[in-house]
Design a protein around this ligand. Structure first.
Ligand code: GLA
Ligand code: ZN
Length: 680
C-alpha cells in the first residue's frame, strides 16, 4: 500500500516554495511551526524550483530539498513532489533556444514567464528526463513522498519546426494517406488540397485558419502531444517509483468558470492516477449570486470527478483573493470554509492552496496565501485556514467516498472546439459549456446528484441523460444515445445537435436518420436571433421566452410538448417527446430561459427516483450533496446565500463539524455548512 492509500487524513496544505526563502532560515523554521498551527498536513514542493535544483547545467543542489523533505516528515506531513518543467532556468533557454516556444504567428518567444516550453524539443525532453530521474532516485523511497505533481497546469501550444514535424507524423498515423486527409478536411474548398505532406502546417492567424478539419485536428494533436510530453516526464518516475501515484493539476477557464478549453481532459485523465484541479472562483462578484457561481463550481467538480469515477483532489485554491482577476476581492468570513467544503462534498479528498506563504517579489506577491507578509498567525485569513484544517480532521472518514448519480449531463471537448470554430449561428451566443451548466442548474437547485460525463461514457447506469448542443456527434455516439433510450433511458437533446461528424463535415442528406428515428422529428432549419429578437414556446398554456436559437422541426412520430408562439413558425413544434418501449427521447428545439427548464424537467423527471440525498433542503440556495463510502453516507448541507435559511430535517442529527446535535428546524447562518454522517 502506498503512502497515499495509507493516508487517512484529508489533505490540507498546498504549494510551498521554500526555494524562494533559502536565505531566510528563520522563515523556513517558522513555516514548520506555523504549518502545525494551520493544521497543514501536505505541501506541494518544487513546482518552480528548477533554478534552485540545477542553477548551472549539470550542477545539482538537493541539500535544501533534503532538509524540507525530512522536516515535513518529522512534522508528520506529506510532500507532493513536483517535477520542475513548468518553468526553467535561464541557462537552459540561453544555451538551447529550441526549448522556447514558437507562437502561432511563428514568432520565437523569449525567456521569461513560465509554462512556455516546446513539448517536442528533444533538448527539453532530455533535460527534463535528467532532473526528473534524479528526483525519483533521490526521493522515491522517502517516507514523506505522497504523490508526484507532474509539471504545472499544462497548457498552450508550440508551432516550431519540431512540433510541425510531429503534427505531420500524427496526421500520417491518423489518415494513412494525403488523399484521405484532403477528403476529411474538405480540401478543394479554397484550393486547400495538399499535394505533399511538407505543405501541411499548424493553423495560424497569418493564414486565416479557414480549414476547420485542420483546426480541430490541431487541437487534438496538442492534447496528444502534451500527453506525450507528460508520458515522457513520468517514464523514469514510473520505473523507479511504481507505487507512487502521479497527478498533474488540471484547470478551469475563468472568469466564467467553465471547464478548461484547450486540453481534452477526458484523454488526459486516463493517464493520471488521481485527477486534481485548481479552482479560483470569483466569490462575491457583482454580476451573479453566490449560488449562481457555486453551481458552476459544482458542475466542474462533478465533471472532473466523473473523469475517473472516483474522488479527486483540489490541488490549488486561494485562502483569500487572487492576483489575476480584474478585481481581486478577498473572501468574506465563512466563505473559505464553505468553498472548501463544497469541493469535498462533490468528491474532493483535499483542500490545498496556492500558496502557503506570499512571496516578497514578482508578480504573485499579492496573491492570497495562508501566511501573509505580516508573517503572523494572528489575522483573519490564517485563522480561517486553521479552522478549515481542524474541521477537515473531523470529517476525515469521508476520504475516498464517491458520489452516486442517476442523472448524467454530457460534456465533450471535441464538440466545444468544433462548435466554437463554426462560422455561423452567432459567435457570442453559442455558449456551449454555459448551456450545459444551465441544464445542470435544475438538478443542483434541487440537490439531485449528477455525473458530468463525455458522450463516450457508459450511459447504462443512468436513468436520465441530458445532452445539450452536441453539434459534433459521431455516428457511434448517436447510436450510443439511441441504445440508451432503447434500454429504457430518458434522454434530453437540444438545438444545434448532430450537425457535423468527427471530421467537422456536415452530414449528407440533412439531419441524420438515426436521430430522426430516435427523436421522431427532423430539424429543418435553425433560426438565430439578434439579442433583441424574441419568441416564446408555449407548453400547457404557459408561455416561456426564447432567445438565441430556435430549431424548426418537422414532426415525424413524436408528441409535441411545446409550440412556438410567434414568427412565421408560430404554432409549430418547439419541444417534442418520443417514447420507444420504456425509453423516452425529448428534443428541445429552442434556447429558453430557466423558467421553462424548471417546468420541463419536472415533467422529464416525473416518476424517476433520482436518489436525492437524505436531506432535501427545498431551497435552491442551500445545496445538499452526499458522498457514499465504506464509512457510510456523508451529507453536506451548505448555505450559499447571504441570508439565514431554515430547513427541515426528518430527525435530529449530529453535525460532525461542531459535534452538536442540530434540531429538526435547522437554521443555517449565511455561508454555514453542516455535515451529517449515516454510518453503515
Ligand atoms: C495557477 C498556478 C499557480 C499560481 C496560481 C495563482 O493555478 O498553478 O502557480 O500561479 O495559478 O492563482
Ligand atoms: Zn515546438
Amino acid at each position: 500500500m502506498n503512502n497515499y492509500m495509507k493516508e487517512s487524513r484529508l489533505l490540507h496544505g498546498g504549494d510551498y516554495n521554500p526555494d524562494q526563502w533559502l536565505d531566510y532560515p528563520e522563515i523556513l523554521a517558522k513555516d514548520l511551526e506555523m504549518m502545525g498551527q494551520a493544521h497543514v498536513n501536505t505541501v506541494s514542493v518544487g513546482i518552480f524550483a528548477w533554478s534552485a535544483l540545477e542553477p548551472r547545467e549539470g550542477e545539482f543542489h538537493f541539500e535544501w530539498l533534503d532538509k524540507i523533505m525530512d522536516d515535513v516528515h518529522r512534522m508528520g506531513g506529506n510532500v507532493i513532489l513536483a517535477t520542475p518543467s513548468g518553468a526553467r532556468p535561464a541557462w537552459l533557454s540561453q544555451k538551447y533556444p529550441e526549448v522556447l516556444r514558437t507562437n502561432a504567428k511563428r514568432e520565437k518567444m523569449l525567456h521569461g514567464g513560465r509554462h512556455n516550453h516546446c513539448f517536442s524539443s528533444p533538448v527539453y525532453r532530455e533535460k527534463v528526463a535528467i532532473i526528473n530521474r534524479k528526483l525519483a532516485e533521490r526521493y522515491g523511497q522517502h517516507p514523506a513522498l505522497l504523490m508526484w505533481h507532474i509539471s504545472n497546469e499544462y497548457g498552450g501550444d508550440c508551432h516550431c519546426e519540431y512540433c510541425q514535424e510531429n503534427f505531420r507524423t500524427w496526421l500520417k498515423a491518423k489518415y494513412g494517406s494525403l488523399e484521405a486527409l484532403n477528403k476529411a478536411w474538405w480540401g478543394p474548398f479554397w484550393s486547400h488540397s495538399f499535394s505533399d505532406w511538407s505543405q501541411v502546417a499548424s493553423p495560424s492567424p497569418l493564414g486565416e485558419s479557414a480549414v476547420h478539419g485542420l483546426n480541430l485536428d490541431w487541437k487534438r494533436f496538442v492534447t496528444d502531444q502534451t500527453i506525450d510530453f507528460y508520458r515522457h516526464e513520468i517514464k523514469d518516475i514510473r520505473r523507479l517509483t511504481p507505487d507512487v501515484p502521479v497527478t498533474t493539476n488540471f484547470m478551469a477557464d475563468t472568469m466564467d468558470l467553465v471547464p478548461f478549453y484547450s486540453l481534452d481532459y477526458e484523454k488526459f485523465a486516463k493517464e493520471v492516477d488521481v485527477v486534481s484541479w485548481d479552482c479560483y472562483p470569483a466569490w462575491h462578484n457583482d454580476w451573479e449570486t453566490t449560488a449562481d457561481l457555486a453551481s458552476k463550481v459544482g458542475f466542474i467538480d462533478d465533471l472532473y470527478r466523473s473523469l475517473k469515477g472516483k474522488s479527486f483532489l483540489i490541488m490549488e485554491s486561494t485562502p483569500s483573493g487572487v492576483n489575476w482577476h480584474p478585481v481581486n476581492k478577498t473572501k468574506r468570513p465563512g466563505m473559505h470554509l464553505l468553498s472548501a467544503m463544497q469541493h469535498i462534498a462533490h468528491g474532493s479528498d483535499s483542500n490545498l492552496y496556492f500558496q502557503w506563504r506570499k512571496s516578497r517579489g514578482s508578480s504573485e506577491k499579492f496573491h492570497g496565501a495562508v501566511v501573509d507578509h505580516d508573517n503572523s498567525t494572528d489575522n483573519r485569513v490564517f485563522q480561517e485556514v486553521a479552522q478549515v484544517g481542524k474541521l477537515m480532521e473531523k470529517i476525515a472518514t469521508v476520504k475516498g467516498a464517491n458520489k452516486q448519480a442517476k442523472v448524467a449531463i454530457l460534456y465533450d471537448w471535441d464538440n466545444n472546439w468544433a462548435l466554437d470554430d463554426a462560422q455561423g449561428f452567432a459567435q457570442a451566443t453559442k455558449r456551449y459549456p454555459q448551456t450545459c451548466q444551465a441544464h445542470y442548474r435544475y438538478f443542483w437547485d434541487r440537490d439531485i446528484p449528477v455525473d458530468v460525463v463525455t458522450p463516450n461514457y457508459d450511459l447504462s447506469q443512468y436513468d436520465l441523460v441530458v445532452a445539450p448542443m452536441l453539434y459534433l456527434l459521431t455516428e457511434t455516439n448517436m447510436q450510443h444515445l439511441a441504445d440508451f433510450v432503447k434500454g429504457g433511458g430518458r434522454l434530453v437533446s437540444t438545438y444545434l445537435t448532430g450537425i457535423v461528424n468527427e471530421s467537422d463535415l456536415t452530414y449528407i442528406n440533412g439531419w441524420p436518420a438515426t436521430l430522426q428515428d430516435l427523436f421522431g422529428v427532423k430539424v429543418k432549419e435553425t433560426d438565430v436571433y439578434y439579442p433583441r429578437d424574441h419568441n416564446q414556446v408555449v407548453m400547457a398554456d404557459t408561455s416561456y421566452s426564447v432567445k438565441d436559437y430556435a430549431a424548426l422541426l418537422e414532426v415525424l412520430d413524436a408528441e409535441v410538448v411545446a409550440r412556438y408562439g410567434e414568427d412565421f413558425y408560430a404554432g409549430e413544434a418547439a419541444v417534442t417527446k418520443k417514447t420507444t418501449g420504456n425509453g423516452t427521447a425529448y428534443f428541445v428545439g429552442a434556447r429558453t430561459d430557466n423558467d421553462f427548464l424548471v417546468d420541463f424537467y419536472q415533467e422529464v423527471t416525473a416518476g424517476l427516483n433520482l436518489m436525492p440525498p437524505l436531506v432535501v433542503a427545498g431551497d435552491p440556495e442551500v445545496s445538499v450533496q452526499m458522498r457514499t463510502g465504506s464509512k457510510g453516507d456523508f451529507t453536506f448541507v451548505m448555505n450559499f446565500s447571504e441570508m439565514t435559511k431554515t430547513i427541515t430535517l426528518a430527525r435530529e442529527q449530529v453535525d460532525l463539524l461542531t459535534g452538536k446535535t442540530v434540531p429538526t428546524q435547522l437554521e443555517l447562518r449565511p455561508y454555514q455548512v453542516c455535515v451529517f454522517q449515516r454510518k453503515v
